[in-house]
Ligand binder design. Structure first.
Ligand code: ADP
Ligand code: ZN
Length: 440
């Protein structure tokens, strides 16, 4: 990393604030955003009235637990601008969530909101060494989805050369990556896996590129997937986490130790809540990741429940940052499948599959319901072109190995069927891992 660049030097300094100072700063900002929201958003005032709390009852960060929480349906109910805390004339941009799980929700940004978001992404990117020497290919979708513009702004802020590819046109993505001397890419992990397969098909050699790292996020992915990507493309794969409601990508980002994304806590105050009682749990325990936006003006959110399940890591990271990290998101609470009474997550299946030698990360989970109302789950796994030419016996053995691994990880027997190369639909954005045909 270029340490002679003053802006880059300065940009990461809030990552290392002494913890007491960080908490003090968070508390000051919390009070300000609470008062601001209470005064400007009638919906929120009503919600606090129902709970019987006023801003002055909250006297420390510990008291935050007495405030109401906000969930996605609250944002849908106030669609599109019911939660606005400023005049519409102060809004300079609007984004919307990708609507993976229903009607999209709308996020208005003031100029300052865009600055904070940009700074967070840039901080994360600078933290793993992105400088003005880099060429960043942004292959997240551009548009209402925050991925494309979010990564774009961060890279541009650092002076990197940004290539705004957006998703799709996979062959061209690879050719331009090589021709433009791209050093870093930002896209969903599933899209990068798609790039890898395309590269294989085209006889594209990763060694002919200058690519050295990628920012992968917007969907859950596993450490097994990370290893797979790093080995094949010869790069470092960093986890970037974010959600539209809070600002977009860059709420948290891996440091070079890749041991859980660091949350930019001076902007986004994290809590982990027990999903049943909604009580905060101590660092180290799993629960629902919840954020308060400490600097947002357009649509500040206090205690927004993300539905993402993880834990805050209590140990200090080797990099010395004091901003906390969370463990990889194990799943979204609405991704959980209950099969014969057992909780199963797509990530478990991915981890099991990729731990088998020769497996490629193209899979889909099919849920069906039989006549007696019993739920069935089947995993469709694509085999690589190499494997496809193996003998029947070898393919059979591979299938058994995958099934055994999945049973070992999930604790239940799950049907595995192998499909020919190219059968599982490729995604340009977020992969659709689970096809739920139970109500069909
Ligand atoms: P939608 O809820 O419509 O998908 P977004 O596009 O804002 O809306 O996506 C945000 C969600 O994407 C997060 O709440 C989380 O579930 C998922 N996500 C984003 N980044 C990551 C990541 N690095 N790891 C796991 N999940 C992620
Ligand atoms: Zn670190």
């Amino acid at each position: 990393m270029c340490t002679c660049h003053p802006r880059i030097n300065a940009i990461n300094s809030p990552d290392y604030l002494p913890v007491e100072i960080l908490r003090k700063l968070q508390w000051q900002k919390f009070q300000a955003v609470l008062n601001f929201t209470y005064s400007n958003v009638p919906w929120y005032r009503e919600k606090m009235k129902e709970k019987g709390v006023k801003p002055e009852d909250i006297r420390s960060l510990d008291d935050v637990r007495y405030l109401p929480t906000i969930v996605k349906t609250d944002l849908r109910d106030t669609y599109p601008f019911g939660m606005l805390a400023v005049d519409m004339k102060d809004i300079v941009r609007v984004h919307a969530s990708s609507g993976t799980t229903g009607k999209p929700i709308v996020l208005p940004y003031t100029r300052r909101d865009l600055e904070v978001w940009t700074e967070a992404v840039a901080r994360g990117m600078a933290g793993v060494g992105i400088t003005s020497e880099d060429v960043l290919q942004v292959s997240y979708g551009y548009g209402l989805f925050t991925g494309g513009l979010g990564a774009h702004q961060g890279g541009e802020f650092l002076g990197a050369t940004v290539v705004p590819m957006s998703g799709g046109n996979t062959e061209r993505q690879l050719n331009l990556m090589r021709d433009f001397g791209v050093t870093a890419i930002a896209c969903t992990p599933s899209y990068f896996v798609h790039l890898i397969s395309k590269a294989e098909e085209m006889g594209f050699d990763w060694k002919e590129t200058k690519l050295r790292l990628g920012f992968f996020g917007a969907e859950p992915w596993t450490n097994e997937m990370r290893r797979n990507i790093e080995e094949i493309a010869g790069i470092k794969a960093y986890d970037i986490y974010g959600l539209t409601e809070i600002s977009g990508p860059g709420v948290a980002l891996d440091c070079v130790y890749q041991s859980g994304p660091h949350i930019f806590e001076d902007h986004f105050y994290p809590e982990i809540l027990d999903p049943d009682t909604l009580e905060p749990v101590p660092d180290g325990e799993y629960g629902e990741l919840t954020f308060t936006t400490l600097d947002k003006q357009g649509m500040p959110l206090i205690r927004y429940r993300t539905r993402d399940i993880t834990r805050l890591i209590p140990e200090k990271c080797e990099c010395g940052r004091t901003i906390r990290r969370f463990d990889r998101i194990s799943h979204r609470s609405d991704d959980m499948m209950i099969i014969r009474g057992v909780n199963v997550f797509p990530g478990q299946i991915e981890a099991a599959l990729l731990s088998v030698e020769g497996a490629v990360p193209h899979y889909q989970i099919l849920l069906t319901r039989d006549a007696s109302g019993l739920d069935n789950i089947e995993v469709q796994v694509e085999i690589s072109a190499d494997k496809f030419s193996d003998t029947h016996r070898e393919i059979d053995q591979f299938q058994k190995q995958v099934a055994a691994k999945i049973q070992h990880v999930t604790g239940i027997r799950i049907g595995v069927s192998l499909v020919e190369p190219g059968r599982i639909p490729r995604s340009e954005g977020k992969a659709r891992r689970v096809i739920d045909n139970r109500n069909k």
